[in-house]
Design a binder for this molecule. Structure first.
Ligand SMILES: CC(C)(COP(=O)(O)OP(=O)(O)OC[C@H]1O[C@@H](n2cnc3c(N)ncnc32)[C@H](O)[C@@H]1OP(=O)(O)O)[C@@H](O)C(=O)NCCC(=O)NCCS
Length: 150
């Protein structure tokens, strides 16, 4: 059975997994310190990570979520866990993903998120190198929200 733990010490131990979702260690270092890190373990092996940061009094944001083995339900299980974890502290959980990440957008929509807006040129303005996904350059960030009300 999988277990999920909130990690407070040695967060950089999970950098390999965090780099699956965010290719820049520099970008990860900017948010990891003042965010919460959750890790799912299968036996003793980390199989999913999620990083959540406060945005405002009523919104928290998933800054990073990744699994080692895709489409086995681990990502959805993590989403449910963190939404339940924060439901008494915030009204909404927010997440941003590239406009080219059709699979990710579908994943979030299947997990109760809906698109709210787009941040134009986010990936062009915030990363040193261009990022490509399936040969297409990631330019814009699509923002989605899920209500934490049950
Ligand atoms: C996005 C991610 C966290 C989802 O976790 P997961 O454990 O694979 O997802 P789940 O198994 O819980 O849910 C799968 C559902 O989400 C959707 N989905 C997830 N990945 C998809 C993909 N690549 N293409 C299409 N749909 C996808 C599908 O609807 C899928 O259901 P199905 O398998 O029955 O068709 C995982 O794929 C991942 O680590 N991706 C790489 C890192 C990343 O891009 N993170 C997000 C940054 S914004």
């Amino acid at each position: 059975m999988n277990t999920i733990q909130k990690i407070t010490a040695d967060k950089y131990d999970y950098m390999d997994l965090l780099l699956i979702a965010d290719p820049s260690e520099k970008a990860i270092a900017k948010y990891l310190g003042d965010s919460d890190l959750f890790v799912m373990f299968e036996a003793d092996k980390p199989v999913c990570v999620a990083v959540v940061k406060k945005v405002s009094d009523n919104i928290c944001e998933i800054k990073n979520i990744a699994v080692t083995k895709m489409r086995r339900g681990y990502g959805s299980e993590m989403i449910d866990y963190i939404c339940d974890y924060y439901k008494n502290n915030y009204e909404f959980m927010e997440v941003g993903t590239a406009d080219t990440s059709i699979g990710n957008i579908r994943f979030y929509e299947r997990n109760g998120f809906a698109v709210t807006h787009q941040i134009d040129n986010f990936f062009v303005d915030n990363y040193d190198e261009p990022i490509y996904e399936n040969g297409v350059q990631c330019r814009h960030m699509v923002m989605l929200q899920r209500s934490l009300d049950e």
